[in-house]
Write a protein that binds this ligand. Structure first.
Ligand code: 5RP
Length: 223
């Protein structure tokens, strides 16, 4: 199976965590797009979704799934999202699709975080994938220097030659050269830096379950 087929497999497998009659938390990315497509097949059994990005909202609505604002609803039973990396304890790097802030918000509103990923995303130590950090633009250069002091190299993410602007009107730094051996401490530390909106390490609120797409089928990792 190729990577796209593995994404389809885990997107479909995630349906088992969707509770009838509830509102589902929905992440962002190519793997989640497979989940959204699968969710459309059972849309009459759910109340709707809370979405983590403009892109996912558009896809959900186009498939006839009602989308609610996070503030309109209470706690969600499950949040289903992909990851750029996940370790063996359920800590993740996320934000490759620039949606990390809303992803963290919807995940925090949910009882369970179901991560869907193909096996290329499973790592021993987080940090091979550049860590996305959403920042207030006026703080970007100072935060780049702070990461350099930690041994990392941060660069402003560009789109068509200009800084990418997130759904929240902010910028993204991508940080390479870090080995994140203590993800909880790392997330807690970077969260304190003025101008950081969200760091793309999801450790304080990590995955509950990971559905990992492998050549021999879907493996369920429980944390
Ligand atoms: C978006 C994310 C995605 O979940 C992450 O980038 C994985 O994406 P994909 O499923 O396309 O590999 O965090 O901000």
């Amino acid at each position: 199976m190729n990577q796209d087929e593995l994404k389809t497999l885990v997107g479909q497998a995630a349906l088992q965590y969707v509770e009838p009659g509830t509102i589902v938390g929905v992440g962002t990315g190519s793997t989640v797009n497979k989940f959204i497509d699968a969710l459309a097949g059972i849309r009459s059994t759910i109340a709707g979704a809370v979405s983590s990005s403009v892109a996912s909202t558009e896809r959900l609505k186009a498939l006839g799934i009602p989308v609610f604002e996070a503030n309109e609803v209470g706690e969600l039973a499950v949040y289903i999202d992909g990851a750029d990396e996940i370790d063996h304890a359920g800590h993740m790097i996320k934000g490759g699709g620039a949606a990390l802030t809303r992803e963290k918000i919807v995940a925090a509103q949910s009882r369970k975080f179901i991560c869907i990923a193909d096996e290329s995303k499973l790592v021993q130590v987080l940090g091979r994938f550049p860590v996305p950090v959403e920042v207030i633009p006026m703080a970007a250069q100072r935060i780049i220097r702070e990461f350099a002091a930690l041994g990392g190299s941060a660069a402003i993410r560009l789109k068509e030659g200009r800084p990418l602007v997130t759904d929240n009107g902010q910028h993204i730094l991508d940080v390479t050269g870090l080995q994140i051996s203590d993800p909880v401490a790392f997330e807690s530390r970077i969260n304190q830096w003025p101008g950081v909106v969200t760091v793309g390490v999801f450790a304080l609120n990590k995955a509950t379950v990971c559905l990992l797409g492998t050549a021999s089928g879907v493996k369920t990792l429980t944390f």
